[in-house]
Design a protein. Structure first.
Length: 88
């Protein structure tokens, strides 16, 4: 399984930051099922993006790093929008 090759999961022991859970959170956020957006964005930055999950993924053509990068980009865009609103 990918989570047992993930150094972040192994160090923290937190199921929420396992590769599979991060992927699921991204899908849920895209479908607007996530209420705690701040918590979601914090999880997006927990991955060290090392690629260990890709090497042990059951889906041979799947690279979670690309998916996480999209989540991180979304976090930056939303944070920047909030900062602009505060400064206006």
């Amino acid at each position: 399984m990918c989570k047992y090759s993930c150094p972040t999961f192994l160090a923290a022991g937190n199921e929420t930051i396992s590769p599979q859970k991060i992927a699921r959170l991204i899908v849920y956020e895209d479908k607007s099922f996530i209420e705690d957006r701040k918590g979601f964005f914090e999880v997006m930055f927990q991955s060290c993006m090392c690629g260990a999950c890709k090497r042990h993924c059951i889906y041979s053509d799947y690279d979670l790093r690309k998916f996480i990068q999209m989540g991180r980009s979304k976090a930056f865009k939303r944070a920047c929008c909030r900062m602009r609103r505060r400064n206006v």
